[in-house]
Each structure stands twice: as structure tokens, then as C-alpha cells.
Write a protein of this length. Structure first.
Length: 298
């Protein structure tokens, strides 16, 4: 019996955005594959949400320094990657800057536990055996700069495990695809309603970050939910940063590193087999290993 190949596309509000899942393959497999992809994303949201008081993140934010917390293996994996990227970026990527986001009103204050040390950084997180985590000096973490990309990766894994021929998971611009190539567009920072074509993406991920809609006015300047750990304050994105990488978790985090790093990030991008595309008023530039079809980059 031959099974007809088709596509199924569904969207749900998750991760603070609209998540779209598309699967192509045998008709009989598609509904279960798409449902599994959404379930994978929902699980990451439950584990890593700053807002959910039962999440692993909230548990870590509620305990005192020196206390151990057992977290899910997925949370542990994201923490490992975050710490690795923090070290590789010389502290530009720091998941322990949540107190600054809280002070500026971008995140609500946790309802449990004592206030964090203002000097705590990601380096104060100690990853122990058996998925246990401990603060050396109490802090608050926010995984908003990396967990969305990881959720997209989990959705792609779910689609592939159901044997679909090709698939796309798109969480508000954090996108990964396999199988059929996908045209990629990003918003122009100065005019977010306008789209810029970047090229075609295949069997890779892209994440884009910019201050399109999330910023607030601070006097004459816009401030976005982006913390510069070196300045210890929120700053503006100014430009749009897109990163193409083999997985979306890495791409998601690297968008912040490209914007915040004090040193040239070319070596780091090369190490991660990634490319950054920066769009500002002066035009579009690319950094690192090219993964898109260059002739189609605007």
C-alpha cells in the first residue's frame, strides 16, 4: 500500500511567541509527529520558564548559595552549553543577569527566596554529578537567551523520530529545518514591517535577535531586554543579528554574543561552524563561515 506524501502545518502560542511546526511526509505520520514536536516544546517551557514557579529555573533562583538543586537532564544540558559559551565569549554571554532584567521591569521578581548577590555571574553556578546544580554565590538565572533555541531543536528531534521526510520548527524567528530547503527573511531594524531576504537554509538553524518590539524608552534612548554584563546594565540592540549554525540552541545564544562580545567573534563563530549576519542602517554584513547561498544574501 502506497502512502501519499503531504504537508501539515500547525501553530500554537508558546515560549512567549507563536510557534509554527511544519511536517512533510506520509499522511498517516504527520499529526502524531506535529503533536510530538509541540509536546517537546511545552516540556522545555515547563522546565526553563522564568515565570513558572515550579520550573527548574525558579527552583534554582529560590535557593540560597551552597544549596543543591536536582534539575532535569535537559535543563542540565542547557546550563552546560550556557556556561561553555560564557567562557568562550569571555563573559559576554551570562545567564545570571536576571536581576538587571528584573530591576528594569523586563522580568517579574521571583516570589520565593532571598535576593541575589549583585556580583553573582554564571561562573557562580556549579554543575555537579547526577544533574545537581549549586550556587557558589546566590544569583538569579534567566535562560531566555538560549532555551527557545533548544526548544526548537527538541521539536526537530521529535519530528525526525516520527520519520517525516522534512520539517520546520519556527519559534518567533528561531528556526531550524531539515529536508527541503527554506527561504529565510528577517525584519529590517529601522522598519520592522519590511523583510530582507537572506537566502535559503537547509539542514541548519537560524536565530535572529533585535530590538524590534520589546524595548522601552529611557529618556531619549531605547533600552532593550539585553544585558551587557561588562556594563552591568540593559542596552539597545541597535542592529539586527542573525546567526546560522548547525543547531538552534547555539544560534540563539550566539546572536547575543555577536552583539555583546568585546573581541572579534570570528574565531568563535568558526569554532561553532556558524555565520553571523548583522543588519543596520548602513546595510548588511556577514561574519564567519558562510552557510547560506551567498548570491542570495541581500
Amino acid at each position: 500500500m502506497l502512502l501519499r506524501s503531504n504537508s501539515l502545518r500547525r501553530a500554537r502560542p508558546l515560549l512567549g511567541t507563536l510557534v509554527e511546526i511544519t511536517a512533510t511526509g506520509a499522511d498517516a505520520n504527520l499529526p502524531a509527529a506535529v503533536d510530538a514536536a509541540f509536546s517537546a516544546i511545552e516540556r522545555v517551557q515547563r522546565l526553563m520558564s522564568f515565570h513558572d514557579q515550579h520550573s527548574d529555573v525558579s527552583q534554582l533562583n529560590s535557593v540560597a548559595g551552597g544549596s543543591e538543586v536536582s534539575v532535569d537532564p535537559q535543563t542540565y544540558r542547557v546550563l552546560q552549553r550556557a556556561i561553555e559559551l560564557g567562557d568562550l565569549s569571555e563573559g559576554a554571554f551570562d545567564i545570571a543577569t536576571a536581576p538587571i532584567l528584573v530591576s528594569r521591569g523586563f522580568l517579574p521578581p521571583p516570589t520565593r527566596g532571598a535576593a541575589p548577590s549583585q556580583r553573582a555571574t554564571y561562573r557562580d553556578l556549579e554543575l555537579l554529578e547526577n544533574y545537581r546544580v549549586r550556587w557558589r554565590r546566590k544569583g538569579w538565572i534567566d535562560l531566555g537567551g538560549i532555551a527557545k533555541g533548544f526548544a526548537v531543536d527538541c521539536a526537530i528531534t521529535a519530528l525526525q523520530s516520527h520519520g517525516v521526510a522534512s520539517g520546520i520548527a519556527n519559534a518567533g524567528g528561531d528556526l531550524r529545518c531539515f529536508g527541503i530547503g527554506q527561504p529565510i527573511h528577517v525584519r529590517r531594524p529601522s522598519a520592522p514591517a519590511q523583510l530582507i531576504a537572506l537566502g535559503w537554509l537547509q539542514d541548519s538553524a537560524i536565530a535572529t535577535s533585535g530590538g524590534y518590539f520589546a524595548g522601552v524608552q529611557d529618556g531619549r534612548h531605547q533600552v532593550d531586554p539585553l544585558v551587557d554584563p561588562h556594563l552591568n546594565t540593559c542596552i539597545a540592540w541597535d542592529k539586527s543579528v542573525s546567526v546560522i549554525a548547525p543547531d538552534c540552541m547555539t544560534a540563539d545564544a550566539l546572536t547575543k554574543i555577536v552583539r555583546l562580545a568585546r573581541a572579534d567573534v570570528r574565531e568563535l563563530l568558526e569554532r561553532m561552524n556558524a555565520q553571523a549576519i548583522v543588519i543596520g542602517e548602513e546595510g548588511t554584513g556577514s561574519i564567519g563561515v558562510v552557510r547560506l547561498q551567498e548570491e542570495q544574501i541581500a
